[in-house]
Design a protein around this ligand. Sequence first.
Ligand SMILES: Nc1ncnc2c1ncn2[C@@H]1O[C@H](COP(=O)(O)OP(=O)(O)OP(=O)(O)O)[C@@H](O)[C@H]1O
Ligand SMILES: [Mg+2]
Length: 255
Amino acid sequence: MSGPNNKYILETHDLTKAFGGLVAVNHVNIKLERNKMTMLMGPNGAGKTTFVNVCTGVLKPTKGRVIFDGIDITGWEPHKVYEAGFVRTFQVPEPFLGLTVLDNVLVALGGSGENPIKAAIKPLWIKEEKEHIKRAFEILEKVGLADHWDKVASSLGAGQLKMLEVARALATGAKLIALDEPIGGTDPAYAGEILSYIKGLLKVWDVSFLLIEHRIDIALPFADYVYVMDRGTVIAEGSPDEVANNPKVIEIYIG
Ligand SMILES: Nc1ncnc2c1ncn2[C@@H]1O[C@H](COP(=O)(O)OP(=O)(O)OP(=O)(O)O)[C@@H](O)[C@H]1O
Ligand SMILES: [Mg+2]
C-alpha cells in the first residue's frame, strides 16, 4: 500500500481544463485529507463537475497533475482510476432494484451474487463466497443496512438507497468516493440523514469523500473542509465556518 504515508488521498497541482476559449477549471490546487469529507461547492457553472471529470479521467486535463493516493494518475483512463480506488458512485452500476440489499453488495464484490438464483437454491458456498458474504455484512453493518440485508432494494427509502450505493462503492474497494450532488432531489430530512450516515462511516471505515454540492445550507455543516469554486478557480477554502463567513463566498451566494 502506497497510501498511509501520504497525508492526502488526492492532490491536484495547477489542474486546468479548457474547452476552447472557456477555462472551466483554472489552475486548481486542492488537497483532500484522508478519512475526511471534503466538500467542493460553488454556483452553477463553477467547474465542479469538470474538475471531478478531469480527476477521474473522464476528461483529459489541458494542464496540471492529479495525484491519487501518492500516485500520479494524470490522464489515466476512467476504468484505471476506478480500479485504483477513486470511485464516483455513478460509475458503480446502479443498484439492481429487484435484488436484495445483500445481493447488491455481493454483485459489487464480484461474488455469488452475480447469480443469486443459483446461489439461493444451491447453498454450495465455496470459500471465496463465504468470505464475500462476511465482507458484505461487514460493509452493510457500517452503512446501517445490515438489518435490511434481505429486503429487496426497491423497498428501501431514498436515504437507504443512497447508502446502498455507497456500500456498493465500498465493496469495489473504493478509497475515495466522489459524490456529485448525492442529496440532489431528496427532501431536506433525507438529505441530512444521508450525510450523517456518510459522516459516521468515516469513523469506522478507511475511506474518504469528495462531496460536490450546491445545497450548502444542508451540506456545509457535515464537511470537514471546504473548497469554494467560482468561474473555474478556487476562491476560498477552510472549515465550514471560515467559508461561510468569507466575504467572497457571501457575495457569490447572497450578494
Ligand atoms: N463538454 C463541455 N464542453 C464545453 N463546455 C463545457 C463542457 N462541460 C462543461 N462546460 C462548461 O464549463 C463550465 C463549468 O461547468 P461544470 O459543469 O463543470 O460546472 P458545475 O460547477 O458542475 O455546475 P453545476 O453546479 O451546474 O453542476 C460551464 O461554463 C460549462 O458550460
Ligand atoms: Mg456539476
